[in-house]
Design a protein around this ligand. Structure first.
Ligand SMILES: NC(=O)c1ccc[n+]([C@@H]2O[C@H](COP(=O)([O-])OP(=O)(O)OC[C@H]3O[C@@H](n4cnc5c(N)ncnc54)[C@H](O)[C@@H]3O)[C@@H](O)[C@H]2O)c1
Length: 698
């Protein structure tokens, strides 16, 4: 039993107890798989052993594959999961799975290969592979329907969601439910199996008796095809379960073929990338895990406007008290009542109970007095986007906040290093860039200033998890990761309209490709005046930057977007439907005439290429400058904050999928086209180098 603790294999009254022990969830890594095989072999050879129990250590049977081994040779090294399952199934002595806590993926497939299964109530049973764009590939699609029935199996495998064990009580998945200690109960059950000389039961031998299966599978195919348009896995999950009505080995072959097909799809690669990207982005190379964190028990928010209110709600939802500071009582009252109204709306939709609403509101207090902030552990500033205003606020905070408090700014565009130096404690200053609506959007950019202390970063990253955000670290630059890239995307969208596309065509092309919202609808939603203000500031400093002035002209007409009922589109009162507006078309035509541009037909594919490659090129610069720590962090920013299609895995992952060589070729084509902006389309050095070397970002 090399590498395993001596407790991982024990003999008790003729029962060999094999413990799955690989914290945190007993992932079936190579060492654990080898241990199971060694245990089964030892038990076969030992004349004293009559029966074998497989049980998990801690609070899991097994969570499935060990994700730490993903992509490494260890993941498939022998004994692989298929081998382990065959060996367990072929054991001459009965093998009993004792299931408690988490039993998922390969863990459930292993349990299904045992001759008997006992469980406690509350165990979480799932085959979640579909969430990675795959299907259970170690017999799960064939064995689960044989024990829980075809319909339940389709639901579980297509959704991937966990089902509590007690909901599956009465099915052939479980031979017995155990009250009290799982191990004791399993040992008692083992004694019964021996005493009654029970025959070894193999799930594979069960025949599915479901006369209506054809109609049911057809219904499932139709439903799943309509619901999972962008992902092939759910439909293949149905196909795999449909094969379970065939003889077992035939079905297993079909499962294998479908699994291999899914492994090769871009959608599965994207989902696996996002899964690991989510885990990677919480890691900061020079801030090791275990870096001490500061205690955050009370949060203060400065400014109760659009962002301040949403930010406050995040903490209230996580049961952390919030003190909201405003300049005037009316502004404070308005902010507090907006928060209450948001909660009431959730309650009316049945998403929140009155009790929870009361609890959250009781954690909220307001003040006009900075002195009241002195015992807050974290303060987040969300006042007007002007450096002078930020200066006043941070000087004041420096005076009143207790030592060790974290001072954060929600600025979108201002220099966090400058803000830090308005205080005598730049090490305690950090950017926390939330996205609107801040109580809904998953993304949080954590802006690391030149002086930001490591324990401040560690604290903010841990806090982000608590408030359920996807936190990505960004260095200091104008726009940080997300908005610096979106500026390039927006500029290209503007050029496309100048050149002949309509705003509707650009939006539609990108939405069809998968973006949640096209750039012009997005501008109308966020408020075109915000971009206008930024352009005025930014392009005064950089007059060499070229951009289409149509957006400015729109703003000069007061077309700020949804909030005024007109922007790139028209909006009827109370509706968010974007209606094309002939006045905007005329404005665009006049603008083209003035510049002597003869409009051309632009294909949707070209619109997508130009907009997405503009993102990719700027992202390559961010990576090279060290503003972003890794390519997958950029993908997480776009997936969590910008409505980028999950099935494409983020801009960097998408560029890798297309091939960087092809991305660079397209950019050179755009540069060489008549009127092409050679400077804009110059591939970033990192992109050019990776493309030349045949490499990828991720
Ligand atoms: N709106 C967005 O989409 C968005 C997204 C990310 C970040 N941000 C950033 O968040 C910050 C706030 O933006 P917003 O959209 O919530 O603005 P807002 O105008 O809705 O709210 C700002 C609030 O701050 C208050 N305020 C101003 N000066 C103050 C002071 N000295 N002390 C206390 N309160 C003061 C104002 O009364 C107002 O209620 C800005 O830095 C902005 O760049 C905005």
């Amino acid at each position: 039993m090399s590498g395993m603790s001596s407790t991982a294999y024990q003999l008790q009254d003729g029962v060999a107890v094999i413990t799955l022990d690989n914290p945190p969830v007993n992932g079936l890594g190579h060492a654990l798989r080898s241990h199971i095989v060694a245990g089964i072999d030892a038990a076969q050879a030992d004349l004293e052993v009559r029966v074998i129990v497989l049980i998990g250590s801690g609070r899991a049977f097994s969570g499935g594959a060990d994700i730490r081994e993903f992509g490494s040779p260890k993941a498939s090294a022998e004994p692989n999961l298929h081998t382990v399952i065959r060996i367990v199934e072929a054991s001459q002595k009965p093998v009993i799975a004792a299931i408690g806590g988490v039993c998922m993926g390969g863990g459930l497939e292993l349990a299904l290969s045992c001759h008997f299964r006992v469980a406690v109530a509350g165990a979480q049973i799932a085959l979640p592979e579909v969430k990675l764009g795959l299907l259970p590939g170690a017999g799960g699609t064939q064995r689960l329907p044989r024990v829980v029935g075809v319909e339940t199996a389709v639901n579980m495998i297509v959704s991937g969601n966990p089902v509590p064990s007690e909901k599956l009580r009465g099915t052939a998945l479980f031979d017995e439910f155990i009250e009290g200690s799982l191990l004791e109960g399993a040992l008692k059950f083992a004694a019964k199996v021996v005493a009654e000389k029970r025959a070894l039961k193999l799930v594979r031998d069960i025949r599915i008796d479901y006369p209506n299966h054809e109609a049911f599978f057809q219904f499932s195919r139709n439903t799943v095809a309509a619901l999972a348009k962008n992902f092939p896995a759910p439909l293949k999950c149905v196909e795999a379960v449909a094969a379970a009505v065939q003889p077992f080995d035939e079905g297993l072959k079909i499962e294998r073929r479908l699994f291999v097909e899914l492994m090769g799809t871009p959608e599965s690669r994207a989902l696996r990338h996002a899964f690991f990207g989510e885990r990677a982005c919480s890691k900061i190379p020079d801030v090791p895990e275990g870096t001490p964190t500061r205690k955050i028990e009370k949060v203060a928010v400065i400014g109760a406007g659009t962002m301040g209110g949403g930010i406050a709600m995040n903490f209230l939802n996580a049961d952390i008290p919030v003190l909201l500071l405003e300049m005037k009582q009316e502004a404070l009252d308005r902010g507090v009542s907006t928060i209450r109204r948001n909660y009431e709306n959730s309650m009316n939709k049945g998403k929140l109970t009155q009790e929870k609403l009361d609890r959250r509101m009781s954690l909220l207090s307001g003040t006009l007095d900075y002195e009241a902030l002195k015992d807050a552990d974290l303060v987040i500033e969300a006042v007007f986007e002007e450096l002078g205003v930020k200066e006043t606020v941070f000087r004041k905070l420096d005076e009143v906040m207790k030592s060790g408090a974290i001072l954060a700014s929600n600025t979108s565009t201002l220099d966090v290093n400058k803000i830090a130096h308005f205080t005598q404690r730049p090490q305690d200053v950090v950017g926390m860039h939330f996205f609107s609506p801040a109580n809904v959007m998953k993304l949080l950019e954590v802006v690391r200033g030149a002086a930001t202390a490591k324990d401040v970063l560690a604290t903010v990253m841990a806090l982000a998890k608590k408030i359920r955000k996807t936190a990505v670290v960004s260095g200091v630059c104008d726009g940080f990761i997300g908005n610096r890239m979106i500026e390039h995307y927006g500029r290209v969208a503007g050029f496309l309209v100048e050149a002949g596309a309509s705003p509707q065509q650009v939006d539609r092309a990108l939405e069809k490709w998968g973006m949640a919202m096209g750039p012009f609808r997005m501008g109308d939603l966020a408020g075109n005046d915000i971009g206008w203000a930024i352009r005025k500031r930014r392009y005064v400093e950089k007059p060499e930057v070229k951009y289409s002035k149509i957006a400015d002209q729109l703003c000069e007409l007061g077309r700020f977007g949804q909030k005024v009922g007109r922007g790139w589109y028209l909006y009827l009162a109370g509706s968010r439907d974007a209606i094309p507006d002939p006045e905007v078309d005329r404005l665009i035509e006049d603008y083209r005439k003035e510049l002597g541009i003869a409009p051309r037909q632009i294909a949707d594919a070209e619109i997508v290429e130009r907009c997405i490659y503009a993102l990719v090129n700027e992202a390559a610069r961010l990576l090279e400058e060290g503003i972003a720590q890794r390519a997958s962090d950029i993908d997480m920013v776009y997936l969590a904050g910008y409505g980028f299609p999950l099935q494409r895995g983020g801009p960097m992952r998408y560029a890798d999928e297309v091939g960087l060589y092809n991305v660079v070729r397209a950019m050179r084509r755009f540069a060489a086209a008549p009127g092409g902006d050679t400077r804009f389309w110059e591939p970033a050095p990192l992109l050019a180098r990776l493309a030349a070397e045949g490499k990828t970002f991720n």
